[in-house]
Design a protein around this ligand. Structure first.
Ligand code: AGP
Length: 606
């Protein structure tokens, strides 16, 4: 996803801007650029590809401006190339943008009709020409207000002006934007990661706000130009998690640190003295909630699907799940006693945020489960449960998925106990089982070498299937997503019982099929489905748990055995092999594991 940074200072800013852009690389991008202002000139440098390529094109001795903006672009309109990279500049204005200007075609037509010449294929460039035109007849603030009133769609903007050399204008609608406060300098950034290395004091713009940032003064305004006061938040500093350590990729580190992140998360929520779960300031009476709707995208959606099975197992609550991009346009029936739970690692996913916004507008109960506690989704929910797994840099979500499932499971246990749907003994027994999870995951990580040895089969095949039932079904979906997004080969997650209703036609000699079948209540049925695909030539990788009990079928290609635990906790353990499988498949293909093609860590556009 696109990332924005802006700095206005009492010293040259180009090096700091480049450093901040590096902090935004995790969002996924295909080009980058910077523009600074000095001696009345806008000095713009852009390049396709990585920030390090941009840096090589910058002569910091000449780029001495003390006001500047930077951008990493994830292409929405216009191919990823140098011309379409941001910033976009006229001789008097330079703009960086995250989002989509939905009426850019009409605006461009009007601007071209009065003589404006466009260079790029982007929607963003209309902003440059629009504000340049407005400044001919209005002062700065009026021009900003008129511009914002004419733009439709979503944006986070940072703009510098030749005729206002000491300031940067920021504006937000639908895409997050933050202001950071430093010594004799101030900042704009898409999120706290962009700013963390320079400050731990930030304010967030809300939708419709704009701001004027000077090196020693910041003003905020609403969409009517009325001055606003913004809270200054203190950022939690967890810089130490940024590095890869001695890992080749962030993803490898983030898979292996899951025992630690699970332990940290459990520490946050489980009160060992009273053997109880602490969900802090849960703002509702338990009896005021009779149903739950869980909403997320991608991997986060898979954790919602997992939670549905746990809720059905442990409580009598009605439960629905939905993909955020579907929910936001559905003809929803809102019920006062329904709790809406939004799951999002970044807390900035546009579809999930839009779904939350709709629920807030309907005055619903909203809770969010996030990894970034300063994020928009966290800030705008009634109640937040952080997953405490530290920054997740790899675009493919791993430790955050485990963290999302863990916090959902903890929340469900607590609510089921408060609703008296599980008794004290079972509640304590499940808390005890949870505490053993870090060690069990640690041991399951040891299956790595076998997975590495067979991963090539999945990249050479024309496609693969991941099958599971019940608690394993969502992990089957997650396994297919991981393999697709990392090794760019087709994979499909499917309910094991559904294969005979069509997809069995895909099975032929040598097709790799991962069957997720721990010895839970769905085991025997899943093994029967496994035999159906083996009989048609599939190469089955069976992921099950250690047991002396005989497997029901010979002719299994390979078997991975995870540690033993309670049935409802197997999903945590069978997730490890599918994460490793995707990692090693991508490694064999030599792809960019932490930044897969076309993907972004935080999808802040529709
Ligand atoms: C995860 O492997 C994917 N890259 C992606 O599906 C991700 O889970 C999804 O975009 C949601 O992101 P969020 O958790 O930050 O909202």
């Amino acid at each position: 996803m696109c990332g924005i940074v802006g700095i206005t200072s009492n010293k040259p800013v180009s090096v700091s801007i480049i450093n901040s852009l590096r902090k935004l690389e995790y969002r996924g991008y295909d080009s980058a650029g910077i523009a600074t202002l000095s001696n009345g000139f806008i000095n713009e440098v852009k390049s396709e590809g990585r920030v390090e390529k941009l840096e090589k094109n910058i002569d910091t001795k000449n780029m001495i401006g003390s006001v500047g903006i930077g951008h990493v672009r994830w292409a929405t309109h216009g191919v990823p190339n140098k011309i379409n990279a941001h910033p976009h500049s006229s001789e008097s204005v330079s703009v960086v943008h995250n989002g989509i200007i939905e009426n850019s075609t009409n605006l461009k037509k009007n601007l071209v009709s009065i003589g404006h010449k466009f260079k790029s294929q982007t929607d963003t460039e209309v902003i440059v020409h629009l504000i340049t035109e407005l400044l001919k007849k209005n002062d700065l603030k009026e021009s900003i207000l008129k511009m914002l009133n004419q733009l439709e769609g979503s944006f986070a903007l940072a703009i510098i002006f030749k005729d206002h050399p000491d300031l940067i204008v920021g504006a937000r609608r639908g895409s997050p934007l933050a202001v950071g406060y430093g010594p004799n300098e101030n900042y704009l950034g898409s999120d706290s990661y962009a700013l963390k290395s320079m400050t731990n004091k930030i304010s967030y713009l809300d939708d419709g706000d704009f701001c004027i940032v000077k090196k020693n003064h910041v003003e905020f305004f609403d969409n009517n130009g009325i001055k606003l006061n913004k809270k200054v938040l203190k950022l939690s500093s967890n810089e130490e998690n940024y590095g890869k350590g001695d890992y080749k990729h962030y993803m490898a580190k983030e898979i292996d640190e899951q025992p630690i992140t699970i332990k940290n998360c459990i520490k946050e929520y489980i009160d060992n003295i009273n053997n109880d779960i602490n969900i802090y300031n849960f703002p509702w009476k338990i009896n005021d909630i009779s149903s739950v709707t869980l909403i997320g995208c991608g991997t986060a959606y898979h954790s919602c699907l997992m939670a549905k099975y746990w809720i059905e197992e442990l409580s009598s609550l009605d439960v629905n799940i939905d993909i955020a991009s579907e929910f936001r346009y559905r003809k929803n029936r809102f019920k006062k006693d329904n709790l809406y739970i939004f799951v999002s690692q970044s807390g900035e996913t546009a579809d999930t945020y839009a779904a939350l916004d709709i629920c807030n507008k309907n005055k619903m109960k909203t809770a969010s489960i996030v990894n970034v506690i300063e994020s928009s989704i966290a800030r705008d929910s009634n109640f937040v449960l952080p997953i405490h797994c530290g920054p997740e840099v790899g675009v493919a979500s791993t430790k955050a998925f485990i963290g999302q499932m863990l916090v959902l499971y903890i929340l469900i246990l607590k609510i089921s106990y408060l609703r008296k749907e599980i008794d004290k003994n079972l509640y304590i027994k499940k808390i005890k089982a949870l505490k053993e999870l870090p060690e069990l995951v640690e041991k399951t990580l040891l299956t790595e070498s076998k997975i590495q040895s067979i991963s090539g089969t999945f990249t050479e095949a024309k496609g693969s299937m991941f099958l599971g039932r019940g608690f394993s079904y969502s992990i089957a979906l997650e396994g297919a997503l991981k393999l697709k997004e990392l090794s760019y080969v087709h994979a499909e997650g499917y309910p094991a019982g559904e294969m005979k209703h069509g997809p069995l036609a895909l099975i032929e000699d040598g097709i790799p099929v991962v069957v997720l079948a721990p010895r839970d209540e769905y085991y025997k049925k899943t093994i029967s489905n496994m035999q159906e695909v083996i009989a048609r030539g599939a190469k089955v990788l069976l992921i099950t748990n250690k047991s002396k009990e005989e497997i029901f079928s010979e002719n299994i290609w390979e078997k991975i055995e995870v540690e033993n635990t309670s049935n409802d906790l197997f999903p945590f353990l069978i997730t490890i092999p599918i994460q490793k499988l995707a990692y090693y498949a991508a490694l064999k293909k030599g792809y960019d594991i932490d930044k897969p093609r076309n993907l972004a860590k935080s999808v802040t556009v529709e």
